[in-house]
Design a protein around this ligand. Structure first.
Ligand SMILES: *[C@@H]1O[C@H](CO)[C@@H](O)[C@H](O)[C@H]1NC(C)=O
Length: 275
């Protein structure tokens, strides 16, 4: 403590001396301050990015984690990958977030709300309103995209519609049947669709099985052209992963509404009869 104070005192005196030596100490120190402030401002407001990550999730894998899931008030999502988000990202692996403070405005989504409800539904139990999910994605990522809100959500939907991940996997015989598929096979099926390899993220279900959870597609700044992912994006998932049956989630992790149970009964029964 004493030593710290001593050092601090010495630094102050030294700074004073060195400032005194300058022809115009006040100009010098204000110049330094300005420089430092602008550097800080620049870091904070550095909204630059190099490409987008378009992230989609397999609902059953999301639901199969310990924290479970809840279906949106608009209803149970279909047996398809759903949009998680369109995220500006930098080649060095960092990313800008919460750029500016343009508030989420649902009126900008007029005309696409139905599509968003079916393709970009929330699975979090924190809120079962899709608007809360979209607001989070817009505020954290969309505000850094350089797109208007309508453009941001429309570009995400276009990417989703133009590249049918669920269908490409199905065409390669990779279907959600609780079996294990190699990441190599999954990647090659999706590369055929996209032209470039996506990145695959896995999660673990409560039994410790690794599951196919999220697919990351790298997209140019035009928000529509698929590009090769930069080296900083490393596929964290290797080997084989389970592609969990869709609809198994509510039976293992009780979800709050009766209709959710009812609508998943058929699938739940077919799982049980397989066991
Ligand atoms: C991968 O694909 C090959 C060729 O279609 C197939 O024989 C093999 O069983 C697949 N393996 C897995 C684990 O998906």
């Amino acid at each position: 403590m004493d030593l710290k104070l001593l050092v601090l005192g010495f630094l102050i005196v030294a700074a004073y001396w060195s400032a005194e030596g300058d022809a115009d100490p006040q100009a010098k120190s204000s110049r330094l301050l300005r420089k430092r402030d602008s550097a800080r401002r620049k870091r904070k407001s550095d909204n630059s990015f190099d490409y987008f990550l378009m992230v989609q999730q397999w609902p059953a894998s999301y639901c199969d984690t310990k924290k479970g899931c809840c279906f949106p008030v608009t209803g149970e999502p279909g047996p398809f990958f759903g949009i998680h988000g369109l995220w500006p990202n930098r080649n060095d692996g960092t990313y800008p977030s919460s750029c500016g403070n343009e508030a989420f405005d649902p009126s900008e989504l007029a005309g696409v709300v139905d599509h968003l409800n079916t393709k970009w539904g929330t699975l979090a139990c924190k809120s079962r309103y899709n608007e809360d999910f979209w607001e989070h994605e817009w505020s954290k990522h969309g505000t850094c995209s350089g797109l208007t809100q309508h453009q941001y959500f429309q570009a995400s939907l276009d990417l989703y519609n133009n590249f049918d991940i669920t269908g490409a996997l199905r065409n390669a015989g990779i279907v959600p049947d609780d079996r294990f598929y190699s990441i190599a096979n999954i990647t090659s099926a999706l590369t055929e669709l996209l032209g470039f390899a996506p990145q695959i993220e896995c999660n673990k279900d409560p039994e410790g099985n690794r599951q196919l959870h999220q697919v990351y597609i790298c997209v140019a700044k035009d928000a529509s052209t698929i590009i090769e992912c930069p080296a900083s994006i490393r596929n964290p998932c290797q080997g084989s992963v389970q592609f969990p049956v869709y609809g198994s989630a509510p039976s293992r992790h009780a979800v709050s509404t009766v209709e959710v149970h009812a609508s998943s009964v058929v699938m739940t029964e077919s799982i049980d009869s397989e066991l």
